[in-house]
Design a protein around this ligand. Structure first.
Ligand code: ADP
Ligand code: MG
Length: 620
């Protein structure tokens, strides 16, 4: 006999659903999280019509007995918190016992579940919060949840659902987050019956990333070896120099195994990448943080896993230093890749929602060879890289296959990086000629290398000035007539607190009455007609940095912007000895592969790529 009754506070559940359930992707977030909590080893996610028609999750987790299967649909029913202490100590997130009743109150909901030791399972059906029936079911061990016609009883909410394609891309993004966070769990995703992802369980995070984002992208990642700093353990993979996106969609960050977002982490990433990232670009990261759960609060917003760290500065600094050390240790040669953000479909489609992830270029098995540059040959990556790479066949025997010693990771900002470690011997590359008075063609043992002479010069100047700053300060020119800076009390205070780093940047200042300074010297490299304008920029930079401890960053940013104005112009003619000198200087740089704005200085086209293009070898 079916008993129809209204579940306790169904209305309250609908209200709660407004917070928990925003769209199909948020249903998937909650349900997959539950499956993981239930210890599932295999999780299937099926969606129809972007999830608006059907979301179905099948897991092989612990399942529930009949009592729990009923209870889990009551508000505030959770098996995960028993005492107040659990609340603080719990490593997992968001246990409020609210998800299932919320979802069931705004959909046609069906739950079928069975525990391994019981003979039969239980099926519960609830439509819009109304219990339709409870009965025995014959399903396998584990749990199946079906959510049909999301918001069918809330037309206003249903109207807010976007197009199928948009909702699906949110679904896929959510799926990726779970799949990356849990490589040991097998996942599948189907869309309208079509298999989109089939990800077997693996111990190897990089393999999981490859399964999700494609081998091309995975090959361009560098490892962040496990570091512990300020109570934060950090590990994972990040994009090497030259790999970035115009949105944060490839910035995956996890805390204690759960996907989260946090401004502290974002700032830390930015700081860690610093000059290897183009302005307006976001890094590609698969970064895992672990720390004592007492050190943060989750669920600032119920629908988003936003985290507030108690020591946000510490987290930011730990992330920055882990990232910059990994980048410094990797020194990989960027390749001109078609998936670079500027050509990515993310920007081209106005349909695409801000939080969606689109990876078609990477997931396509064989990208069009016309635009593809091969992944970096093994000789360019550091020997410390522990994961096998799906690279092209090994490069032909080369005089420089001797592995380099990895440079000592130099954490920033407390310790500035060590000057150049043993570097690529670019000087041994044969100069073939110059194209368009800009691109220097070089022959390397692995193939053809193109150097952007302008970008290369910028990098060289940038590092020279920065080294000078770190040691004796940059050369300065004394002003005949000192400039007077009249500032707001707030800006004056900022200047006061940064007098020393300004000094090292070549800006000597003297207090000169209330909120006023006299500028005695400026750096010699500064060749501007309007020093006041430049100083305004400096102050603005400082304003943006207030609260951040790294004054070195200020110097670097200012150098980056100024150095470039004085680098060789794109079409300057350089003689052969000048080109050789430039190569030599670039080889001596700490980060020779990109300019201070993150644009590549060198791009390589390997032999095998050339062979493929000329049809000497079957594609891919
Ligand atoms: P919470 O996850 O915060 O506890 P939910 O409403 O998401 O709240 O789930 C309520 C309870 O239902 C969980 O605590 C768990 O005991 C049970 N449950 C939900 N989904 C599953 C599942 N897939 N397998 C086993 N138990 C589940
Ligand atoms: Mg839950």
């Amino acid at each position: 006999m079916s008993r129809i009754r209204i579940l306790s506070d169904a209305l309250a559940s609908q209200v709660a659903a407004g917070e928990v359930v925003e769209r199909p992707a948020s249903v998937i977030r909650e349900l997959v999280e539950n499956s993981l909590d239930a210890g599932a080893l295999h999780i299937e996610v099926h969606v129809q019509r972007g999830g608006a028609a059907l979301i179905k999750i099948v897991d092989d987790g612990a399942g529930m007995d009949r009592e729990d299967a009923m209870l889990c649909l009551e508000r505030h029913a959770t098996s995960k918190i028993r005492t107040k202490e659990d609340l603080a100590a719990i490593y997992t997130f968001g246990f409020r016992g609210e998800a299932l009743p919320s979802i069931a109150s705004v959909s046609r909901f069906r739950l079928a579940t069975k525990q391994a030791d019981s003979l039969s399972g239980t099926e519960v059906e609830v439509h819009g919060g109304k219990l339709i029936h409870v009965r025995d079911s014959g399903n396998a061990n584990g749990t199946v949840i079906e959510v049909r016609n999301l918001f069918f009883n809330l037309p206003a909410r249903r109207k807010f659902l976007r197009t199928e394609a948009t909702e699906y891309s949110h679904v896929e993004q959510q799926f990726r987050l779970h799949a990356i966070a849990n490589p040991r769990t097998a996942f599948t995703l189907t869309r309208d019956g079509e298999l989109m992802f089939h990800l077997p369980a693996t111990q190897d995070l990089l393999e999981r990333i490859r399964g999700l984002a494609g081998a091309e992208l995975a090959a361009r990642l560098i490892e962040v070896p496990t570091t512990e700093r300020l109570g934060v353990r950090i590990q994972g993979f990040i994009g090497g120099a030259g790999l970035s996106r115009s949105t944060r969609q490839m910035q995956f960050t996890f805390l204690n195994g759960r996907p989260i977002e946090s401004p502290s982490i974002s700032y830390g990433l930015r700081e860690g990448y610093h000059t290897t990232l183009m302005k307006g670009q976001h890094p590609v990261t698969f970064l895992f943080l672990d720390m004592d759960p007492h050190g943060f609060d989750v669920n600032v917003h119920p629908a988003k896993k936003e985290v507030r760290f108690h020591d946000g500065h510490g987290v930011r600094e730990a992330v920055a230093s882990a990232v910059s050390a990994a980048l410094a240790a990797s020194r990989t040669l960027p390749t001109g890749h078609p998936s670079s953000a500027r050509h990515s479909p993310i920007e081209l489609s106005p349909e695409r929602p801000p939080s969606s992830l689109h990876l078609e270029p990477e997931t396509t098995p064989a990208p069009p060879p016309a635009q593809t540059f091969l992944p970096i040959p093994a000789t360019f990556s550091t020997p410390s890289r522990s994961f096998p790479q799906p690279t092209a066949p090994p490069p032909p025997t080369s005089p420089q296959t001797a592995p380099q010693t990895p440079p000592t990771p130099a954490p920033r900002p407390t310790t500035p990086p060590e000057p150049a470690a043993p570097s690529e011997d670019f000087t041994r590359y044969r100069i073939l000629g110059v194209l368009h008075r800009l691109y220097v063609l070089l022959e390397s043992p692995e193939g053809l290398v193109l150097m952007d002479q302008h970008a290369a010069h910028e990098r060289v100047m940038f590092e020279q000035i920065r080294r000078a700053m770190e040691h004796d300060g940059v050369p300065t020119q004394r002003l005949l007539i000192p400039l007077t800076l009249q500032l707001s009390p707030k800006d004056a205070d900022i200047i006061f607190r940064n007098l020393e780093s300004l000094n090292r940047l070549g800006i000597e200042l003297e207090p000169f009455g209330p909120n006023t300074f006299k500028v005695e010297t400026l750096p010699t490299f500064l060749k501007t007609d309007d020093p006041m304008d430049w100083l305004d920029q400096v102050i603005e930079e400082l304003r943006g940095l207030s609260g951040s401890s790294s004054s070195l960053r200020l110097g670097e940013d200012m150098i980056a912007t100024t150095a470039c104005r004085h680098a060789v112009k794109a079409n300057d003619h350089l003689s052969l000895p000048e080109l050789q000198a430039l190569l030599k200087d670039l080889a001596a740089c700490e980060m020779p592969y990109c300019c201070p704005h993150g644009r590549p200085t060198l791009i390589q086209i390997s032999h095998s790529e050339l062979e493929r293009k000329f049809g000497r070898r079957a594609p891919g």
